[in-house]
Design a protein around this ligand. Structure first.
Ligand SMILES: CC(=O)N[C@H]1[C@@H](OP(=O)(O)OP(=O)(O)OC[C@H]2O[C@@H](n3ccc(=O)[nH]c3=O)[C@H](O)[C@@H]2O)O[C@H](CO)[C@@H](O)[C@@H]1O
Ligand SMILES: C=C(OP(=O)(O)O)C(=O)O
Length: 429
């Protein structure tokens, strides 16, 4: 398997274009199941996750064509008919969002059999809220041998759905299912993440009637059919935040472009508090740090617009060399500190107790062999490697490849010494 090697010490100077958001693109791809006309998605990232989902959708009857269009990377998805309602374990276990094909399949063809999902192992991650939402919409749900069987032979019916707590995936899933339901659906306590707004815009371009995404109440008036559309995927706020942290860690001056600054305000505030220079621009931001050591600051993850859990590992890496002690509280997932022991291999001083990590900044990290445990944990190790003395090699980077497009190229263009060591194809132990 491939590894990434980083030689620490280089400052970053230059510009990094931000790709389309993985976490939006994969839900938008699932929306292609809702119509017999082509859906054209532009600003599409090319990632392992989009490839996995492409494979699954192809199996269900969607033709998936990737190309370089007039607006850059695009994917055209076309499902004239659903040829199978079966999403097997092998194709769903690799990525959690594959599970979101269930709702559209039931909405369009009245039945589906979909494996329970996989994804990053950052907590138990049940799908009870997804299933409750589909049941509220009138689907009959059965669970057998790791599969969800869903049936609604006479179609889904609009309903009131009240989530007991905020779930991004369940809110998206309910929206994807309700657009073709008969009648009106109101989702209460909906997630407010920007990817929900992106999904609403795409569904509405396809002829759906969705309003309120980005607020806790989303209203969907069902329509009998949806049509084809063209939609640009929102910029990846997590990728943007990751490179912002990388620049603050390594020092120098990095301009992030093709992005939207308002999407990572919680992170940018914390970077300023720590002492980094942050300047918002029309299509992103500039991050600067020249020499001064950063100060330790505390963070607590929260649903949007709070500090994103998907940026917690990166921020922990940043705090490993800050001046003082930082307290990092993770409130979304119960097992999302697996990067801590790996960062400690590099010399970080971290103690974890329950949902809180205490990071005492050290003057210098040292390069070592470390292992990626999940997507954002992987990139936190790369960020730490940027300042560690000597060489850091990160193994199991298939996690990283799920969500970061051309990472070595993007960091390398700013002067980082990052290279991919291509493996022999053997799985790692
Ligand atoms: C592909 C994708 O978009 N992934 C993102 C999505 O994940 P995902 O959609 O899985 O995250 P959720 O918002 O659903 O999860 C929030 C919490 O709710 C729990 N839960 C969720 C659903 C359910 O049916 N039952 C339940 O108990 C989860 O275990 C977790 O503790 O939002 C997370 C929170 O911003 C991000 O970290 C992920 O990167
Ligand atoms: C946790 C993530 O992805 P997934 O929900 O697909 O596991 C992520 O994008 O950080």
């Amino acid at each position: 398997m491939d590894r990434i090697a980083i030689t620490g010490g280089a400052r970053l100077n230059g510009s990094i274009p931000i790709s389309g958001a993985k976490n939006s693109a994969i839900k938008l791809m699932a929306a292609s199941l809702l119509t017999d006309e082509p859906l054209r998605l532009t600003n599409m990232p090319r990632l392992a996750d989009t490839r996995f989902l492409g494979k699954l959708l192809t199996r269900l009857g969607v033709s998936v064509t990737e190309s370089d269009g007039p607006d850059g990377q695009q994917t055209i998805l076309h499902a004239p008919e659903i040829t199978s309602g079966f999403a097997p374990y092998d194709l769903v276990r690799q990525m959690r969002a594959s599970f979101n094909v269930l709702g559209p399949l039931v909405a369009r063809s009245g039945q589906a059999k979909v494996s329970l999902p996989g994804g990053c192992t950052i907590g138990a991650r049940p799908v009870d809220l997804h299933l409750q939402a589909l049941e509220a919409l009138g689907a009959k749900i059965d669970l057998h041998e790791g599969y969800v069987y869903a049936q609604a032979p006479r179609g889904l019916k609009g309903a009131e759905i009240t989530f007991p707590f905020v779930s991004v995936g369940a809110t998206e899933h309910a929206m994807l299912a309700a657009v073709l339901a008969d009648g009106t659906t109101v989702i209460h306590n909906a997630a407010c993440e920007p990817e929900l707004v992106d999904l609403q815009e795409c569904l509405n371009a396809m002829g759906a009637k969705v309003q309120g995404a980005g607020t806790p109440t989303v209203t969907i008036t069902g329509v009998p059919r949806l049509k084809g559309a063209s939609h640009a995927v929102i910029p990846d706020r997590i990728e943007m935040g990751t490179y912002a942290v990388a620049a603050a860690m390594a020092g120098g001056e990095v301009r992030l472009t093709n992005a939207r600054p308002g999407l990572i305000d919680a992170l940018l505030e914390k970077l300023k508090e720590a002492g980094a220079g942050v300047e918002e621009t029309a299509d992103g931001c500039i991050i600067r740090r020249n020499g001064e050591r950063l100060n330790a600051v505390d963070i607590e993850t929260a649903p949007f617009p709070g500090f994103a859990t998907d940026l917690q590992a990166q921020f922990m890496a940043l705090m490993t060399t800050a001046n003082g002690e930082s307290r990092i509280r993770e409130t979304i997932f119960e097992n999302r500190f697996m990067h801590a022991p790996e960062l400690m291999r590099l010399g970080a001083d971290i103690s974890v107790s329950g949902g809180e990590a205490r990071v005492r900044g050290v003057a210098q990290l040292e390069g070592a062999e470390v292992m990626a445990t999940d997507l954002r944990a992987s990139v936190s190790l790369v960020i730490a490697g940027l300042v560690a003395r000597g060489e850091t090699t990160v193994s199991r980077i298939y996690h990283l490849d799920r969500g970061f497009e051309r990472l070595e190229e993007k960091l390398g263009a700013c002067g980082a010494q990052v290279r991919r060591i291509v493996g022999d194809g053997e799985p790692e132990l």
